[in-house]
Ligand binder design. Structure first.
Ligand code: NDP
Length: 446
């Protein structure tokens, strides 16, 4: 048995019933095998064995009182995966499906993604099985305060700097920060995704979506094409999706779809700036459902429980959640002529789908590269907090563009160097891995 298979066996044994974690580890380890083969130092240093074991897992009870005076109990987590190149960094997810497997997969991916950004950030992820949907602002605040009452002792600007993810946006970051500040008695950059007027960075809300489009532009450049005029499908209607759509419209692409966990809207006339502004107010202010779109805009269709992958397009931007593109969806996309997939979500494509995209040589940007813009601008928020100096929007945007282009260049070059030209899965995984692995070797057995 080869080393990678041996390590995967250990991971399976140590982490039973954690399919998402195993899926992420398998994908990464199999693709970095050439780098491990080429470098005895990684084998001798037991780098793979160490990488798959989180440095620390924190799990805690989150008790809170709802508006009716009833006590509720949720489960909170923080996975501190790897701090070889910087403080742990990665989002918090509040969603009923949250469990150790999902957060460990996300934390594992985050290690490589953060390494690719060129910024000094280790990898972590956290969250709770709390559903902010249909909760009042006061309930969300009480939950966030209880969550932070435990988390605060494990995080800090030089230790671990969480941000948002599914179910954690500007409102939640505000409540979490307020409670941290009260407990720690200091105003510090312990969370990113803060509002602009109290330490947030301009462009952080936009960063994940804009970054996924910038990454798509870099992929298209390799074929001397631009995004202008392309027919695009987008899933999700949250942070990543909204700003992916905004940037696509700005670049002259036509966006046909968005979705939420209820279903899909399909607008054959294209989602315009005005329509997007309306979606943003429904989702961010009223916290309503995407299906309301078809009542407001004639000619659009709503399909309950569906995702957009059977709709003909040039480019697809999955922006909702993990494993949302099945093998069958991938086949439909390719059959219908889709030749670019830029993953704004984390691990949205199942392994069979990724294999198909690579085999058919479509332009495929894996999440850890294509959606790294979010954490990259979080890193820039940390820099601005340390300097106590906010940068103008143009400066952050130009740094974001530069980082996305560097990630593409690095992944593209690494893929070629290891004999897989054009395969950005191999390229991103190896490029992210080598930096972390070398840092781990430098720092000894810790
Ligand atoms: P949001 O909570 O803002 O939005 C998530 C969207 O996806 C919502 O429209 C939600 O629907 C939908 N969704 C969530 N779960 C499911 C599901 N199981 N099935 C169908 N639809 C679902 O989250 P983000 O936009 O922040 O995150 C989306 C993806 O992007 C995630 O994979 C996240 O990890 C990734 N990402 C986010 C970053 C960020 O900066 N925010 C950075 C990098 C990656 P509904 O409204 O019904 O809940």
């Amino acid at each position: 048995m080869g080393l990678v298979q041996e390590v995967l066996e250990i991971v399976k044994k140590r982490n039973p019933n954690e399919p998402e974690f195993l899926q992420a580890v398998t994908e990464v380890l199999e693709s970095i095998e050439p780098a491990v083969q080429r470098n005895k130092k990684y084998r001798d240093g037991k780098i793979l064995e160490r990488l798959v074991e989180p440095e620390r897992i924190i799990q805690f009870r989150v008790p809170w009182v709802d508006d009716k005076g009833r006590i509720q109990v949720n489960r909170g987590f923080r996975i501190q995966m790897n701090s070889a190149i910087g403080p742990y960094k990665g989002g918090l997810r509040f969603h009923p499906t949250v469990n150790a497997s999902i957060l460990k997969f996300l934390a594992f991916e985050q290690v490589f993604k953060n390494s690719l950004t060129t910024l000094p950030m280790g990898g972590g992820k956290g969250g709770a099985d709390f559903d902010p949907k249909a909760k009042s602002d006061n309930e969300v605040m009480r939950f966030c305060q209880s969550f932070m009452t435990e988390l605060f002792r494990h995080v800090g600007p030089h230790t671990d700097v969480p941000a948002g993810d599914i179910g954690v946006g500007r409102r939640e970051i505000g409540y979490l920060f307020g409670q941290y500040k009260r407990l720690a008695n200091e105003f510090t950059g312990v969370l990113t995704g803060k509002a602009r007027n109290w330490g947030g960075s301009l462009m952080r809300p936009e960063a994940t979506g804009y970054g996924a489009v910038y990454f798509a532009q870099e992929m298209l450049k390799t074929r001397n094409e631009t995004i202008e005029g392309k027919i695009c499908t987008v899933s999700g209607a949250g942070n990543a999706a909204q700003f992916t759509v905004e940037k696509l419209i700005e670049c002259g692409a036509k966006v046909l779809t968005m979705s939420d966990s209820g279903g899909l809207i399909y607008d054959k006339n294209g989602i315009t700036e005005e329509k997007l502004a309306w979606i943003q107010s429904v989702k961010n202010v009223r916290r309503g459902r995407i299906k309301e779109y078809v009542k407001k805009f004639k000619g659009a269709k709503y399909v309950e429980g569906r995702r957009p992958w059977n709709i003909k397009c040039d480019c697809a931007f999955p922006c909702a959640t993990q494993n949302e593109i099945t093998g069958e969806d991938a086949r439909k996309l390719v059959e219908n002529g889709c030749y670019l997939v830029s993953e704004a979500a984390n691990m949205p494509t199942v392994p069979a789908g990724v294999d198909l995209f690579l085999e058919r040589k479509i332009l495929f940007g894996p999440g850890k590269a294509a959606n790294a813009g979010g954490v990259a601008v979080s890193g820039l928020e940390m820099s601005q907090n340390s300097m106590r100096l906010p940068w103008p929007r143009e400066e952050v945007d130009s740094r974001l563009r530069h980082i996305m282009s560097t990630i593409h260049k690095n992944a593209w070059g690494t893929a070629a160097e290891y004999g897989h030209p054009g395969n950005l899965v191999v390229g991103a995984n190896i490029a992210g891995f080598v930096k972390v692995a070398d840092a781990m070797l430098d720092q000894g057995v810790v």
